[in-house]
Design a protein around this ligand. Structure first.
Ligand code: SAH
Ligand code: DHB
Ligand code: MG
Length: 221
């Protein structure tokens, strides 16, 4: 399949709406300079998530997997001045670079980065009564996606939106025998999501500047 057309159309859309300002461009630059993996969401995906956050009238957002703060900035910009975004990140370098990018974007008072493993930090959020979050974006390591989702449900209320990135992996989820632990992780998550009576859920495929993938969307009943 010729994937070039998807990239070209994605660029066309980005150009039409001028999706990035200097803070987001600086964030992308920081990823290159710090040798951080180039796995942030794309500009159009950022706009899409921001619009979802606005549709939710989100005042509180939780993100699992910060990287350099690119998706964080898109999401935090949907929040009112007294809004709050908590983002969880395991790698100290990523957290450090993200903090700089978030401060540079003027979002330092709205965004709180918590350093550690998602699986350790999520129970703490429940314990301290940090929820309910209006929107949750799951985008960290893939093997524990199902567990991240289960904790996300505990941090939700009816009507909360939970989004999970990278659940299609170029269609590798269709391969029963894929040895890739990331593929196995999202397949396990997708099956559990579809069987979970607590949510209304679907998956949309994503194509464009990034490889063919998908985002799961779930509304808590
Ligand atoms: N949401 C970001 C991309 C996140 S990439 C964006 O679109 O801009 C995935 C991130 O999850 C990486 O920064 C990685 O270090 C982090 N991560 C990996 N394992 C983790 C874990 N166990 N807990 C929390 N974060 C983790
Ligand atoms: C990977 C992780 C992501 O969050 C992503 O959007 C793309 C790739 C990865 O770990 O390979
Ligand atoms: Mg991702």
């Amino acid at each position: 399949m010729d994937l070039k057309i998807f990239g070209a159309v994605d660029d066309y859309i980005t150009g039409l709406f001028e999706q990035e300002d200097s803070s987001l461009a600086a964030t992308e630059q920081s990823i290159k300079e710090s040798n951080i993996p180039r796995i942030s969401i794309s500009p159009n995906q950022g706009k899409f998530l921001q619009m979802l956050a606005r549709l939710c009238h989100a005042k509180k957002i939780l993100e699992i997997g910060t990287l350099a703060g690119y998706s964080t900035i898109w999401l935090a910009r949907a929040l009112p001045e007294d809004g709050k975004l908590i983002t969880l990140e395991y790698e100290p370098l990523h957290a450090r670079v993200a903090q700089k990018n978030i401060d540079h974007a003027g979002l330092g008072s709205i965004v709180e980065i918590r350093e550690g493993k998602g699986i350790d930090l999520l129970p703490k959020l429940v314990e301290e009564g940090a929820g309910p979050f209006d929107m949750i974006f799951i985008d960290a390591d893939k093997p524990p996606y199902k567990e991240y989702f289960d904790w996300s449900l505990k941090l939700s209320r009816p009507g909360s939106l939970i989004v999970a990135d990278n659940v299609i992996r170029e269609g590798k989820v269709l391969n029963d025998k894929s040895p890739d632990e990331m593929v196995a992780g999202v397949k396990r998550f997708n099956a559990a999501l579809a069987a979970n009576p607590a949510v209304t859920a679907t998956i949309i495929q994503t194509v464009g500047a990034k490889e063919h993938d998908g985002m799961a969307l779930a509304i808590v009943k």
